[in-house]
Design a protein around this ligand. Sequence first.
Ligand SMILES: [Mg+2]
Length: 296
Amino acid sequence: MRGSRCGHSGGPHRRPGSADGYNCNMPEAMEIRPSQAVRGILFDMDGVVYNDDRPIAGALETVEWVQSHGIPHLFLTNTTSKCCAALSEKLLSLGIRAAETEILTPAAAAAEWLRTAHEGQIALFVRQSARREFAGLPCLPDDAEHGAAYVVVGDLGDLWDYRTLNRAFRLLHSNPEARLIALGMTRYWLAADGLSLDVAPFVAALEHASGRDALVFGKPAARFFLTGADRLGLHGSAVLMIGDDIDADVGGAQAAGLKGALVRTGKFHPRDLERAIRPDAIFDSIADLPSWWNRP
Ligand SMILES: [Mg+2]
């Protein structure tokens, strides 16, 4: 984390109709007092910091505010299309400085788990750019149909086709002991051309066909949020997850014992507020964070 620089107060943006940035008229949000309850932040990336390759208004200033105040934070994303180094470069291209170690992806978390006393061949169904996280691990060739102890499935996007999905099924079917590892269970995301299937529908198909449950790395699995809190050196209850996915971000974080804030950007839809999940805070955008944080 970067050092604290005193002298700031309040946020970079104030929003019409929400003078203090805190949406106090939202009965759906629970009341927590940030200065007492929250000491660290996990930022979702897609839909919170940026949409596709465009930064969300106020995101740069807000992250800079967090960094300048020395508030422990990580970028926690279910993205499996890029490695942490590529995500760090993407953030830098948007004007945000974040080291690889300040970014946690399902691929990085799964690779770390596989390196820790887990033996056997690995079949990867992840984009080329995400393979970097698995460097040094025993990975099967891309045409293998048997021999895997672990079948790792991430978001392949347009690279999914019947043959590829069926190969993952054959790998699982040929070894009843093989573990299906899901890099997140996000159902869909907002791509440049509209909402798009993420990893969960493909994992669900493989679970259904193989008759076994996936071991999930990434949101909404509790182990992923708690890994993030551990990296910050904080108890989960002192960490706020900020995301645009009411299920994977807010619900997942709350189920793991963290706080969850929902932003009205990215994939947010007003119907999200009709759900049983009640965010601890609701922001019009990430730009509302500093004023919420400073709320007495
Ligand atoms: Mg998101």
